[in-house]
Design a protein around this ligand. Structure first.
Ligand code: UDP
Ligand code: MG
Length: 323
């Protein structure tokens, strides 16, 4: 890549959501710094502390004291990675923005290629996807695969298997993402929904450098259900259709029973099967009322218009103390 004079260089904001990442943040910072001289952009770091309870904020404050390009926003509690992503995009000042996990599972080595795709090849955003899930628990990979397959069938928005939140985008795309002010945020869907010209880069999965994954199986399951409810109404259609089919079946049974009673008599026989049918139908009804409830609950939360996150502390450059 040809060299660009320092003052003409664009600014790249690296947005890093972090929940209890005291071990990984220094490694991440050093890795990116080692790469920085090769990059045709100036850098800004924006750490979003998502309510960490370890020394994450001490580490981040330490970096900010040494390096004026390090900014941070610290939440009042854990609001989840989605809220952190939103806060990052909202508060970044770069011409280009990139979302990056703190644990180096999003290889900084891909940055030069991502920058080239946007600055030279004219793409609006660059997404990354893992071509494998090496090093991940088997059960988790299995369900993740099923989830993406299901999503691609039941949602109109493209949600790519293996897609990471590691994305680079122009300011225009960032504005588009911010214009979606919904409370239940599912970034993988939002990125697909906004569209724009997107380049996908594939890479082999890497494990985290230190610390532990913040996602338990249950947290992921709930995340998957949120994604389905946010990006598809197919479960509602299924419940209506199944309800209709069951009514039809019941109607046919009634006709059969009437006919049988008229011909053979003995109307009281067969109560055990009746009990089973009632339990089955009651179960199904509850299941679908539950699905309905999921959508209702999400609508309820949206109508409250609560803020997506609350800030306890930050060192952002505001209009008053601009350099
Ligand atoms: N993270 C966050 N809030 C959360 C959970 C995770 O900000 O509630 C951050 C975490 O610190 C990391 C990134 O999101 O930088 C990805 O999390 P993790 O590596 O634990 O997830 P995995 O790679 O196992 O999917
Ligand atoms: Mg990780």
């Amino acid at each position: 890549m040809e060299s660009v004079p320092e003052e003409k260089k664009k600014l790249l904001s690296i947005i890093i959501p972090a929940l209890n990442e005291q071990e990984t943040i220094p490694i991440l910072y050093e890795t990116i710094e080692a790469l920085a001289p090769e990059l045709p952009v100036n850098l800004e770091y924006l750490f979003i502390d998502d309510g960490s309870t370890d020394g994450t904020m001490e580490v981040v404050r330490g970096l900010a004291a040494r390096d004026s390009r390090v900014h941070y926003v610290s939440f009042s509690r854990n609001f989840g990675k989605e809220a952190a992503i939103f806060a990052g995009i909202q508060n970044a000042s770069g011409d280009l923005l990139v979302l990056m996990d703190a644990d180096l599972q999003d290889p900084p080595a891909l940055l030069p290629q991502m920058i080239t795709e946007i600055l030279e090849n004219g793409y609006d955003c660059v997404g990354t996807r893992r071509i494998d899930r090496k090093g991940e628990p088997r059960v988790r990979s299995f369900f993740a695969r099923r989830f993406y397959r299901l999503m691609s069938k039941i949602s109109k928005t493209e949600i790519v298997d293996g897609a990471r939140d590691y994305q680079m985008m122009t300011r225009k795309v960032a504005e588009a993402i911010l214009s979606i002010g919904e409370y239940n945020r599912f970034s993988k869907g939002i990125f697909g929904w906004v569209g724009y010209h997107k380049k996908w880069i594939s890479y082999e999965n890497v494990g985290r450098v230190a610390g532990k994954s913040k996602w338990s199986f249950w947290k992921l399951l709930i995340y998957a259900m949120d994604g389905i409810v946010a990006y598809s109404t197919v479960p509602l259609v299924i419940s209506s259709v199944l309800g209709l089919v069951l009514c039809l079946v019941a109607f046919i049974f009634i006709l059969i029973i009437i006919a049988r009673t008229l011909i053979f008599g003995d109307p009281t026989s067969g109560w055990p099967s009746l009990a089973c049918i009632i339990i089955l139908l009651a179960g199904l009804q509850m299941f679908f009322i539950g699905i309905l409830g999921q959508y209702l609950a999400k609508t309820y939360l949206e109508t409250k218009h609560r803020p997506i996150y609350l800030v306890r502390e930050d060192n952002l450059v505001t209009e008053d103390n601009k350099l």
